[in-house]
Write a protein that binds this ligand. Structure first.
Ligand SMILES: C[S@@+](CC[C@H](N)C(=O)[O-])C[C@H]1O[C@@H](n2cnc3c(N)ncnc32)[C@H](O)[C@@H]1O
Length: 329
């Protein structure tokens, strides 16, 4: 849309402010468990009593959820719509909440840093709440990859289920992907590289809570220092958090660190095009410390590092794109 007049600007601002408050209302409702409180359907007063807010607050939040199509109102009773019940409750609740939290924390951080003259690119967060929320966003995609992508790749599923199966998680963060991989593949052993002290401490805490200390090793090491040879069956390289120079050199290190026939899984998030979604993914990619490369560009860099059978995929509808490449057998 071309902005021509002051009224256009006002309309744009009004729409953005509505969207921001709608996002915050959804996040607040999820934090409160407001949607869960609607099972069975009930009044705003009943939902308020279950969630510890006043009736006015519950009704105001629920009315926004009605506008978003996530709840419906009949008389004075509210009920979650079918789509909301299927995707915002039960198992999916924590995954959605992780996305809402990490988006909220990171976008607030962007504005605060700009206001205080300290805005810089890079994954510089050390607040455990932000690290845990961001880490948690990896849970659903890694399950989707294990269900839909890994079984299609020659040899990978057998290797991941074998008694000497090994996985390298580059930038293990708080450990969520490694923990989930151990749950999916019961014999898998994992090494996680993590230069950040707070991240490593959080990872060790999560790993201990999952009783996986004997299967996941957290190494205080950068990708640039990786010298392992022919040691892993699968390596996860989230290049979105690293500049292209680190990724190029890192892919060669990863290639050497893979067992012959092993696979690398490289993550990309930047979407093609000039629309709002594409430019938002570029901003996110840059703020995470990576070079905003399209999945196809990442695939080219992966091929240049000597990988074969390079292919772009990823869970349908997801922000995340997976680039898979194989070290020759
Ligand atoms: C946001 S985290 C990934 C989240 C992670 N999957 C989880 O479950 O928490 C990305 C991590 O990559 C790490 N990282 C950044 N550059 C790195 C590098 N050059 N070598 C190794 N790790 C790096 C960061 O410290 C950060 O913890």
């Amino acid at each position: 849309m071309q902005i021509q007049t002051a009224q256009d600007v006002q309309r744009l601002m009004a729409g953005l402010i509505d969207s921001t408050w709608a996002f915050s209302a959804l996040a607040a409702a999820m934090e409160l468990g407001l949607l869960d409180a609607l099972d069975p359907a009930c009044s705003a007063a009943d939902a308020a009593a279950k969630t510890g807010v006043t009736t006015d607050v519950a009704r105001a939040l629920l009315d926004i959820l009605v506008s978003l199509g996530l709840t419906q109102r009949e008389g004075d009773r509210y009920q979650a719509t079918l789509g909301a019940s299927q995707s915002l409750l039960e198992a999916q609740r924590d995954d959605v909440l992780a996305w809402l939290r990490s988006t909220h924390f990171q976008s607030r951080g962007l504005v605060d840093a700009a206001r205080h003259g300290s805005l810089q690119a890079g994954w510089i967060h050390t607040d455990p709440e932000i690290l845990q929320a961001q880490g948690r966003t990896g849970r659903a995609p890694i399950h989707a990859m294990a269900a839909q992508v890994f079984p299609q790749l020659p040899g990978l599923e057998d290797r991941l289920r074998s008694p000497d199966a090994t996985f390298l998680d580059v930038g293990i963060g708080v450990g969520i992907i490694s923990i989930e991989m151990c749950r999916i593949y019961p014999q898998l052993r994992v090494v996680g590289l993590e230069p950040g002290e707070v991240q490593a401490a959080e990872a060790r805490r999560n790993i201990a809570a999952a009783s996986l200390e004997d299967r996941i090793e957290v190494r205080p090491q950068r990708l640039e220092e990786l010298t392992d040879r022919e040691s892993f069956d699968l390596i996860y390289l989230p290049q979105v958090f690293m500049p292209i120079e680190v990724v190029r050199d890192g892919l060669s290190r990863v290639h050497r660190a893979l067992r012959p026939g092993g696979w690398v899984f490289v993550l990309a998030i930047t979407a093609p095009g000039e629309d709002l979604h594409a430019s938002t993914t570029r901003l996110l990619n840059v703020m995470w410390g990576g070079s905003p490369l399209l999945a196809e560009e990442v695939a080219d860099v992966t091929r240049s590092a000597g990988f074969e059978s390079v292919q772009v995929g990823g869970p349908p509808g997801s922000l995340m794109k997976s680039i898979m490449g194989r070290r020759s057998v």
